[in-house]
Ligand binder design. Structure first.
Ligand SMILES: Nc1ncnc2c1ncn2[C@@H]1O[C@H](COP(=O)(O)OP(=O)(O)OP(=O)(O)O)[C@@H](O)[C@H]1O
Length: 290
């Protein structure tokens, strides 16, 4: 291995995985290779500053993150301007980025990938100043995420259980104005997605042609809630009906809605918004992949 100082960033509260096991497995594997192991446990407060300081003072040359998408994005924000490869041990409740990068599910296999030589230079989307590595959206899915975050049942089951009351209370469809350079268009949609990847963390393949490293993202205009079409995305089918979803590739956009609409980035509920400015950052994020 061509690195000497590895930092493992662990979120102790993400998902339901055993973090002690992750820490001891990483530590043991690095000891076997005579590589120095450094640990940072997130607290939810000033983590970015503390991680950056640790990287600088310990001359870190590989970072591994064990957490959910929120923790991955936090570390990405810190290292995006540094020449570091990020290894991912998916340990969240939905793990959308890991699902998109086809990362293995077994810890020892995840670790070999995280310490390996293969990588992808991921595009980094920026929405209203917040980074996004796979999918953000306005509308019904963000409402689902908000209600899921407030519910007591975790995992995909919790997401499913609270979907019925959410759908019944929602005021969808929503009216959006999409502005791309000089072009403006109106869209009525249940959900307006901004995708740098193919799938949601649930596995739904909503953007089959999207590539996470092509400098382009896709605006997904979901026009209706159609069970058959939703099942198609979950079965990884690639011929999505244009009456169900219209896909607009671009590298920047401005979205306006008159009434505030629920907004989420990579699975984290942000709030209700009327304006979203989306651009591609000039930096890339180097992530270790199988
Ligand atoms: N020690 C801590 N105590 C409480 N909250 C924390 C702590 N460390 C990090 N957090 C919070 O955890 C959240 C990020 O969680 P993360 O997204 O990684 O996990 P998840 O929600 O279980 O996974 P996923 O996004 O994949 O569903 C952030 O809001 C962050 O502030």
């Amino acid at each position: 291995m061509n690195f000497k100082e590895v930092l493992l960033v662990v979120n102790p509260v993400s998902g339901q995985t055993n973090k002690t096991k992750i820490i001891s497995t990483v530590q043991k594997r690095l000891e076997d290779e005579n590589i120095n192991f450094h640990l940072f446990t997130t607290s939810g407060k000033n983590d970015k500053e503390k991680i950056l300081s640790k990287i600088k003072t310990k001359n870190i040359d590989r970072v591994i993150v064990a957490g959910g998408d929120g923790t991955i994005n936090l570390v990405a924000e810190v290292i995006k301007k540094l020449e570091l490869t990020l290894g991912i041990i998916a340990a969240g409740s939905a793990n959308g980025l890991a699902e998109n990068l086809n990362l293995p599910e077994i810890l020892t296999e995840q670790l070999e990938v995280a310490l390996g030589v293969n990588y992808i230079d991921l595009d980094i989307l920026c929405l209203n100043g917040i980074i996004c590595l796979h999918i953000s959206d306005l509308g019904i899915n963000a409402e689902l995420i908000k209600n899921y975050e407030n519910s007591s049942i975790r995992g995909k089951l919790g997401y499913l259980i609270q979907s019925i009351p959410t759908l019944m209370q929602s005021e969808y469809p929503f009216n959006f104005q999409i502005e791309i350079q000089e072009t403006r268009m109106e869209a009525k949609a249940v959900l307006l997605g901004f995708a740098n990847a193919n799938k949601y963390g649930t596995g739904a393949n909503v953007n089959p042609q999207g590539k996470p490293n092509d400098g382009v993202f896709e605006i997904l205009v979901f026009k209706k809630l159609d069970l058959i079409d939703i099942l198609k995305t979950l079965r990884n089918e690639t011929d999505l009906d244009s009456d169900f979803v219209e896909i607009i590739p671009t590298s920047e956009a401005k979205i306006t809605c008159i009434k505030p609409v629920s907004f989420q980035i990579d699975g984290e509920y942000i709030g209700k918004e009327t304006h979203i400015e989306i651009k591609m950052l000039p930096e890339k994020l180097r992530v270790a992949i199988p």
